[in-house]
Ligand binder design. Sequence first.
Ligand code: PAF
Length: 285
Amino acid sequence: MSWPIIVDSVAALRAQIRTWRQEGQRIAMVPTMGALHDGHISLVRIALEQAERCVVSIFVNPAQFAPTEDLDKYPRQLALDLDRLQEAGAHLAFTPGVPEMYPAGFATKISVGGPAAGLETDFRPAFFDGVATVVAKLFLQAAPDCAVFGEKDYQQLCVVRQLCRDLDLPVEIIGAPTVRDSRGLAMSSRNAYLSEAELEVARKLNAVLRQTSTELASGADETGAMEDAAEALVRAGFRKVDYVAAREAMTLRPWRRDRDGRLLAAAWLGTTRLIDNVEILPAPE
Ligand code: PAF
C-alpha cells in the first residue's frame, strides 16, 4: 500500500481507523488547513513519537473565516502537502471537501468560553466557534488517542484543551513548540503573503515580544510595557497592532506575577495579520 493513504470521506477514514484499532494501534492526529511548512512537519514528527499511526487532516475550514477574511486566497497546495506528508512518514491524509464536513442543512455550532474570551475573539468574534466546531467533528470522525497543536496558535491550543475537557472528548492534547526561522520568525502559512521587505519587519515581532517578556519578568509595569511593545511594533513597520497582552499561561486570564505567564500579540503588516507569543520568563536571579 502506498503512503500516505489519502481519503476524503468520513466513512473511508473510519474504516481505516477501525482496521488500525483492531490491530491494537494508537492513533495521533494533526489537524491542519494545509499549506504545510516546517512547523506542521514538526507536529507530524511529535505525533509519530506518540503513536503508531499519524493521521493528518487538511481542510480549509470556512466556518472559522469571517466574510471579510482570506478564505478564498488562503494558500492551497494539496499535491505538495501530500509529498511533504509522505516524506515525514504520516500514514493517512484526510482531505474532505466542504460538503463532506458541512453537508446541506448543517446547523450546529460549538461555542467555547473561558480561554476563548478576548484576544483573538475581540477581533475575530466567530473564529473560535468555527475552530471548536471543526476540531470536535474531526475528533469524532477520527477518534484519535491524542492530537498535536502548535503553540504558535497559543489561544487556539488553550481553547482546544478546554473543548476536550468540557465535552469529555477522550483526546490527549499535546502542545508543540513554535518552529521559527533562524531570525525568530514563526512559521505560518500566511507568511506566503509577505514580500521580502515585509518578512524583514515580521521578524521583529518575536524580538519585541522577547524583549517585553524579559522586562515584565524583571518587574516592569505591565500597562507601560504593553504600550511600549505596541509602539515598538509600529516603529518597526507594522501598520496596526490589534493587541499585546500578558496572560496566565494556563487559563489566559489576566497575568499574575506569581503565575506562569504568556505574552501574546497580533499585528498587521499591510493586509496580512500575524500572531505570535512567548512565555513570560521567571525573573533572572
Ligand atoms: O490551526 C489550524 O490550522 C486550524 O485552526 C485548525 C486547528 C486545523 C482548525 O481548522
